[in-house]
Design a binder for this molecule. Structure first.
Ligand code: AKG
Length: 295
């Protein structure tokens, strides 16, 4: 089978991309989860969330999307088929999609909070700011570390990527570069960047093949079902497959950490300030930054 990632077609499974390893059976076992996280840089937990709540979130969101004219009314709303004049986008922060009650309930629901309490070994805080993506046909996310966007508090933050609905390959699910949490040279250079301070674009590359040829590792992805979650740390390189369908991929990525550790102030409070300088004014291209870092 061929999977599209960025502008590349990759044989799956093949030398550049394979299947994510499941950690579902480790749920509830702190040591085992921590060891696996150190080993793999991620945890794939099937059925972590209440499936009905995820689907209710989707139901509420597609209503909003229909009102916004994003959906093709010839198809059931739940299919989220893009209207000819519609388009996807990034819907992070407070808006009519992230305000959906089921969404707010889902990202702070017991199974999620308990999971992170077990993983981190104490009471958990989640950023008030929530990242929500409605990824349109043809779109994808380039490879990056999350630390460059949220590195001002503890580095021990986890991202929880949640597809809001089933997410087969053609919708463009998340893909991780297994082994990238040990790319020390990239962590010391790119990984020290702060997009608001340094005015550099955030994605390290759009080319998954270049990453593997130059640094090793292997991309991994899977087909997700509503209720599944993919958890990873701030130094796990990730991006997404390309959405090759005529539908939107709706997903959220939310953050969790020990409440006792410092929080990145951009993402907390009633009205989090978010990225206040990134992409404003002159921005350094990643190719230029990489040449300077020698990576
Ligand atoms: O969903 C995507 O396409 C990107 C998500 C992401 O970058 C993240 O989870 O940090």
């Amino acid at each position: 089978m061929i999977l599209r990632m960025g502008k590349q077609d990759l044989e799956y499974p093949g030398p550049y991309i394979g299947e994510l390893r499941e950690a579902t059976d480790l749920k509830g076992v702190a040591d085992a989860l921590q060891t696996r996280m150190e080993e793999d840089g991620y945890l794939l937990i099937r059925g972590l969330l209440d499936k009905d709540l995820v689907l209710e979130t989707r139901r509420q969101m597609v209503e909003v999307m229909a009102e916004r004219g994003m959906l093709d009314s010839a198809h059931p709303k739940m299919d989220a088929v893009k209207a000819p004049e519609g388009g996807g986008g990034f819907f992070g922060g407070a808006n009519d999609l992230t305000r959906c009650p089921a969404f707010q309930q889902m990202v702070a629901s017991d199974p999620v909070m308990r999971f992170f309490e077990t993983l981190r070994g104490g009471p958990i805080a989640t950023y008030d700011y929530k990242w929500l993506r409605v990824v349109g046909p043809g779109d994808f996310t380039g490879a990056h570390y999350d630390i460059v966007y949220m590195g001002r508090g503890t580095p021990n933050v986890c991202t929880c990527w949640i597809p809001i609905g089933d997410c087969p390959f053609e919708l463009g699910p998340l893909a991780l570069l297994v082994g990238s949490h040990r790319f020390e040279r990239i962590k010391e250079t790119y990984g020290k960047m702060d997009v608001d301070r340094d005015h550099v674009v955030g994605w390290f590359t759009n080319d998954p093949v270049e990453m593997v040829d130059r640094y090793g590792g292997r991309w991994a992805t899977t087909e997700f079902e509503a209720g599944d979650a993919l958890i990873f740390g701030m130094y796990t390189m990730h991006g997404s497959l390309t959405n090759t369908s005529d539908r939107y991929r709706i997903s959220s990525d939310t953050r969790y950490q020990l409440a006792s550790e410092p929080l990145d102030e951009r993402w907390v409070g009633r009205e989090p300030k978010g990225h206040y300088a990134w992409t404003k004014g002159q921005t350094v291209e990643m190719t230029e930054a990489r040449a300077k870092w020698g990576v």
